[in-house]
Design a protein around this ligand. Sequence first.
Ligand SMILES: [Cu+2]
Length: 160
Amino acid sequence: MEHQIYPEKIKSIMLLTFFVIAVLLVILVPLPIAHPPSQHRYFVIEARQFAYSPAVLQVNPGDTVTIKLVSSDVVHGLYVDGYNVSVKADPGQSKSLTFIADKSGSFRLRCNVACGAMHPFMIGKLEVGFHEWLFRSIGLAILMSGGVYFNLRKNKKQAL
Ligand SMILES: [Cu+2]
């Protein structure tokens, strides 16, 4: 009996090791997709009480980003969390802001001018290199479901 349990244990340790290595590969290995050359991206954001339009900007890491903020009603601001840059536009006017998106991740955009009652809810999002994380999450999800499948199969085998 004992000599039968032992190889089974080694097998699950090997499987677990393989699983951990696969997870690390999915997280750390550079994607085979060629990184697009950095570009100069221009956005026009319309600000009005109490929203930005568009509210979500998506760029690639290294892109130079120019945001033209257009205020349609009262004075509005736009502050980019993590980058610590901001711009302010007077009513009916526009003002531009340029910076290099050299940090990957998701950053909140907020209005930094008290523009009315719902002012704290005037937010948006800057996504830098979002796709890469999307692909990695999908890879992880596939691995996880594979792990669950193997576990279920193993438990079934043991039950038999
Ligand atoms: Cu505001």
